[in-house]
Design a protein around this ligand. Structure first.
Ligand code: ZN
Length: 240
């Protein structure tokens, strides 16, 4: 550090880094980001719920198909029996009675299965309504998510534009700072949560905002500006 100007330059650098930190924080904590996350959480929850309903609906559909196949099988058997009774010359009354009993039994069985099919269709109906409602809800949430993403992107673009400008200015300042001074500066930044170098104005530290003792302020007045001085309270480097 050869002159007071270097401290001024570091302070200028600090102000730019502080602005960059603020912009990055602002970018990370945009309220729109939370809004978007909430909509996406709702979508995830909706999809989870709909997947459960869809699974029940699919299982019921498979049950219904199996029963319909059973009905088709029974109908084929009934057709065969009817053919046998009326066209194959069975004449024994006992045999005809046995066949008729078999037909009655198959018809009862078919009616039982058909009742189950109707029950399944009644079971499936509200599930289909739920799925249809979920689809509508998903479409509305998708619109919300797109709108929210659009607003978020707009806000990010504005912040990014400023970030780029401030970073450009920051780099132009940093290029003239010697490497060892830059190391010291970065150490200070790390030690003081980003704000390591501040201005002393009217005897007040720009970091902790406490007033330095009168005697200390007087002592500093007589020091050369290139002598590094730290705040007695917080330890930050003071530029005066
Ligand atoms: Zn301080």
């Amino acid at each position: 550090m050869s002159d007071g100007g270097s401290f001024e330059r570091l302070l200028d650098l600090q102000e730019h880094d502080t602005r960059i930190d603020q912009l990055n924080h602002q970018r990370a904590t945009l309220p729109e980001r939370e809004t978007l996350a909430a909509v996406q959480a709702s979508l995830t929850e909706l999809d989870r719920m709909a997947a459960g309903v869809q699974a029940k609906r699919d299982a019921a559909g498979r049950d219904q198909k199996r029963r319909e196949d059973e009905v088709a099988g029974l109908e084929a058997k009934l057709g065969d029996l009817n053919n046998s009774m009326y066209s194959s010359g069975v004449t024994s009354p006992r045999e005809l009675q046995t066949m008729q009993e078999e037909i009655d039994a198959l018809q009862r069985q078919r009616r039982g299965i058909e009742d189950e099919i109707i029950e399944l269709m009644e079971y499936v109906e509200p599930l289909d309504e739920q799925l249809s409602a979920a689809n509508e809800q998903r479409a509305a949430l998708d619109v919300d998510a797109q709108a929210s993403l659009g607003r978020l992107t707009e806000q990010e673009v504005v912040i990014d534009r400023e970030l780029k400008a401030v970073e450009g200015e920051r780099d132009a300042i940093a290029v003239d700072v010697p490497a060892d001074v830059m190391d010291m500066y970065e150490d200070l930044r790390r030690s003081f949560a980003g704000l390591g170098i501040v201005r002393l104005e009217h005897g007040i530290c720009g970091g902790c905002h406490l007033a330095l003792p009168r005697a200390e302020v007087d002592r500093l007045k007589h020091l050369a500006p290139d002598v590094p001085v730290h705040c007695e309270e917080c330890g930050r480097l003071l530029v005066r």
